[in-house]
Design a protein around this ligand. Sequence first.
Ligand code: PMV
Length: 325
Amino acid sequence: MKVSAKAHPNIALIKYWGKRSIPLNLPAVGSLSITLGTLETTTTIEPATGEEAYYLGGERVCGQEEKRLRAFVDMLRIQGANKAPLLIKSHNSFPTAAGLASSASGFAALTMALYRYLDLPLTIQGLSEAARQGSGSACRSIHGGFVEWRRGEDDDGSDSIAVPLAHAGWWDLKVLVCVLARGKKAVGSREGMALTAKTSPMFQGYVDGQEADLDTARQALLHRDFDALAKVSEASCLKMVSTWLTTYPPLFYWRPETYAVILKVQKLRQAGYPVFFTTDAGPHVKVICEGSVAEEVEARLKAWPEVLEVLNCPVGGPATVETLP
Ligand code: PMV
């Protein structure tokens, strides 16, 4: 038997940064995301002829990364009857580990594939719980459209699940991912979050304001109120960035090009275009706009010298899985 799963990355509009439990990978705050169509991770699982092996983009995964994957696979394998070694191959249609949320789509696709291959009972809670332990934001990629990952209160994390808020067709928004640099980021999000929670004096302020931001974003989504979503999303991103800058040692995920592009996006909005920015733990800027102006905005972004490439993404659907002959 062979299974193949696909999942899209997502980007948070209301940001998750920091954990309430490191071992269970539970977030200090809830978050709200938009799923990025077009970009995707495809993961296949089949029986291994020799030892268990994992491949990403055609290259064998080794060292710490292999250990992390193995622990994840074992966590689910223990729940099923099939204990045989697996051959797992993953491929991203976009640059890996550069702040483009490849871990989100990667662990969402892997979770879906393992659930099918190991014949585990599919429940929203189970999928969220599993994907989240691979990478927090991965639980949001199980669903399509606009998704909220609830912080939850329970110590065992059973109420910290991702739930869909609106399907992909609800609002014709486009995410224009501006790639500003090549290469992997210096500090991973796990390490960065732990440092921030420990050392940043701004961290508590960001946590305290999160519920209000989530509420504003939910309302903006419900009423398709672009200006309200723009305002609260940019504020959430900047609050997260303020915690990075006040972490010790400071986390400089942004580069001068990031600031330059953000200032230009703000000018576009002042000129009347429905656009706003967000970023994740990397230098790239994601520009969100109304679908009606996406082509024009994309043409403008491509003309800016800081922008190496623009990936134009509609709102994407949920993760899927199929059994291959
Ligand atoms: O899911 P992780 O551990 O890769 O963390 C994601 C952190 C941010 O992308 C910066 C914010 C978010 O909510 O996705």
